[in-house]
Design a protein around this ligand. Structure first.
Ligand code: PGA
Length: 255
């Protein structure tokens, strides 16, 4: 089963447009047998998209949540409320949030909150840049360890890891990563997950690729790269291209 996750970031700016895009994706996601789709819209649209997603296989997730369920925290999103309106997943530790000051310790607290509220965490990790000495391997494994610090070991089924090298994300990306880049890093991610959860559990955790995925490079990451799925930004707002990726994922037989 391949997991295709759309991260809409802070797009679109109108709920009418959000619904339109979602209806387009919903059509594309009909009849999937080997792929699962999760759409993570801005928090304001979660409830209305959950309603539109009823009786489909498309799940809805948040893009962030707070560490506490309730409290005097102006502007924050409660993980309990996110779950209550129907989100089943939540992206945590996205590099765009880490760039705004979110630390591994903060991500770890949010992960605990998401698990407490029975959501699945999509944890993002990735290095800022690549150096010739391979220091980025350390960067990613320590980010992963730091974010996992308090994650309940019995809840590995509620974890998805997305490897998103920061240099490959967004319209200003230097270049797209290659399937080989992903494969190499996914080995390290699995090793780090094995240290934490044990082998059997670690090998069942989906490890996804994210960063400038489109309808032309998606297959390579899943086939040659061996990715269990993809975390997609810009292209997840284009039902046609996103649809092509979903259909492609649905043809790939996982081992
Ligand atoms: P992108 O974003 O696909 O637009 O590069 C990916 C992400 O930030 O999750």
């Amino acid at each position: 089963m391949k997991l295709i996750i759309g991260n809409w970031k802070m797009f679109p700016a109108s709920s009418v447009e959000a619904k339109k895009i979602f209806v387009g994706i919903k059509k594309e996601a009909k009849g999937l047998t080997r792929a699962k789709v999760v759409i993570c819209p801005p928090a304001l649209y979660v409830a209305s998209l959950v309603a539109l997603a009823a009786k489909t296989k498309v799940a809805i997730g948040g893009q962030n949540c707070f560490r506490d369920d309730e409290g005097a925290y102006t502007g924050e999103t409660s993980p309990a409320a996110l779950r209550a309106v129907g989100a089943t997943h939540v992206i945590l530790g996205h590099s765009e949030r880490r760039a705004m000051g979110e630390t591994d310790a903060a991500v770890s607290e949010k992960m605990t909150a998401a698990i407490r509220n029975k959501m699945t965490v999509i944890l993002c990790v990735g290095e800022k840049a690549r150096d010739e000495q391979g220091g980025y391997f350390n960067e990613v494994s320590s980010e992963l360890r730091g974010s996992l610090a308090a994650f309940p070991k019995s809840e590995s089924k509620r974890l998805i890891v997305a490897y998103e090298p920061i240099w490959a994300i967004g319209s200003k990306a230097k270049r797209v990563a290659t399937p080989a880049d992903f494969r190499e890093m996914s080995i390290l991610i699995r090793r780090t997950l094995t240290e934490y959860f044990g082998k059997k559990e670690a090998f069942a955790i989906p490890v996804l690729y994210g960063g400038s995925v489109d309808d032309r490079n998606a297959e390579g990451f899943m086939k040659e790269g061996g990715a269990d799925g993809l975390l997609i930004g810009r292209i997840s707002l284009d039902p046609e291209k996103f649809g092509a990726i979903i259909h492609c994922a649905n043809t790939i037989r996982s081992l």
